[in-house]
Design a protein. Structure first.
Length: 133
């Protein structure tokens, strides 16, 4: 998602799959709230949810900032006075700042997933299979 955010900020046209979706609609979210729920009793599993939700919230904030309702075309007067350019530059700068927050959320999700993976890898087969019974 961090790459999608960079594309969004760089003004690259959005493909359908790059349009923001909720945390339950992305590929990871479908797994997490679907089959992944078999692992919900593992320590650390539930701690993945919050940064994942924040990642989607931040991406939606960036998308809305750049392409939402409030991003309507400036009036002739604001173009003439230069305030439209200043407002647009401020939006892009705010989007760039939010993209750093998004990258932090993304890193946190990855770190927590890697921790969960290490925990699963350390389990014996019998212990692991007990989560899928």
């Amino acid at each position: 998602m961090a790459q999608q955010c960079s594309s969004l900020i760089d003004g690259i046209p959005l493909d359908k799959e790059k349009v923001p979706v909720s945390a339950t609609e992305c590929e990871f979210g479908k797994w997490y709230y679907g089959d992944g729920q078999k692992l919900k009793s593992l320590p650390g599993f539930k701690e993945i949810e919050e940064p994942h939700d924040k990642l989607h919230e931040t991406y939606m904030e960036i998308f809305t900032l750049l392409y939402g309702e409030e991003s309507k075309k400036p009036s002739f007067f604001s173009k003439l006075m230069g305030s439209a350019q200043k407002a647009a530059a401020e939006k892009w700068e705010a989007a760039r700042a939010k993209s750093l927050i998004l990258k932090d959320h993304s890193s946190e999700v990855i770190d927590r997933l890697e921790h969960l993976q290490r925990m699963i890898n350390a389990m014996g087969e019998k212990q692991l299979s007990s989560y899928f019974s």
